[in-house]
Write a protein that binds this ligand. Structure first.
Ligand code: HEM
Ligand code: HEM
Length: 133
């Protein structure tokens, strides 16, 4: 794995560790206030970043796009703003809501950018020949 695919994979692992730790804290404390944060860290963080990582790994044409690093940084920064902001919002800091809104729109824009990069790249996919036995 290299470039953007490795960055997404490392981001995915970081989300998984933080999200599962939060899940354990929620379970042990029996306080599920942060459930939406846990859910988004696990699914929008760990699972989506993993999908991006393996997509860029499998499609070199997408990885070579000059927009791929823009997609990574937009998704990483907005996703982290979204879940960290939501954490403080659910903890009672209503004033942080604009950050959550900005993070949400950024994350959605990242998904649109991914569609722009990924759909054309699927047309130039070439199956690698199987290694000789
Ligand atoms: C250490 C492992 C984990 C622990 C201790 C844990 C704990 C929890 C807890 C306590 C809840 C709240 C349940 C409720 O209030 O109804 C929850 C919800 C949730 N968890 Fe986890 N979780 C873990 C791993 C995962 C993983 C690996 C994923 C996904 C890849 C995941 C996805 C979700 C989702 C999507 C919800 C929300 C479910 C709903 O909408 O009702 N969790 N988890
Ligand atoms: C633009 C970004 C997003 C926004 C603004 C957003 C917003 C929301 C809202 C308002 C809820 C209901 C929360 C509640 O009733 O407590 C929710 C739930 C949920 N969302 Fe998202 N979402 C976003 C992206 C995603 C993505 C990308 C995924 C998965 C790949 C996802 C997975 C979930 C799941 C599993 C739940 C149910 C768990 C829960 O109730 O917290 N969301 N989301």
């Amino acid at each position: 794995m290299q470039g953007v695919s490795r960055n997404f994979f490392l981001l995915a692992i970081a989300y998984a560790i933080c999200g599962m730790l939060l899940g354990l804290v929620m379970s042990i404390s029996q306080d599920h206030t942060q459930m939406p944060v846990h859910a988004h860290v696990m699914v929008a963080g760990w699972l989506m970043s993993s999908v991006f990582a393996f997509f860029y790994h499998l499609f070199p044409a997408a990885r070579a796009s000059s927009l791929a690093p823009v997609h990574f940084w937009l998704t990483a920064v907005s996703g982290i703003a979204l879940v960290v902001g939501l954490f403080f919002l659910l903890a009672g800091n209503a004033s942080i809501e604009p950050l959550v809104a900005l993070g949400s729109f950024g994350f959605f824009a990242g998904m649109l950018l991914f569609a722009w990069i990924a759909i054309p790249a699927t047309r130039v996919y070439q199956v690698q020949p199987a290694p000789a036995e």
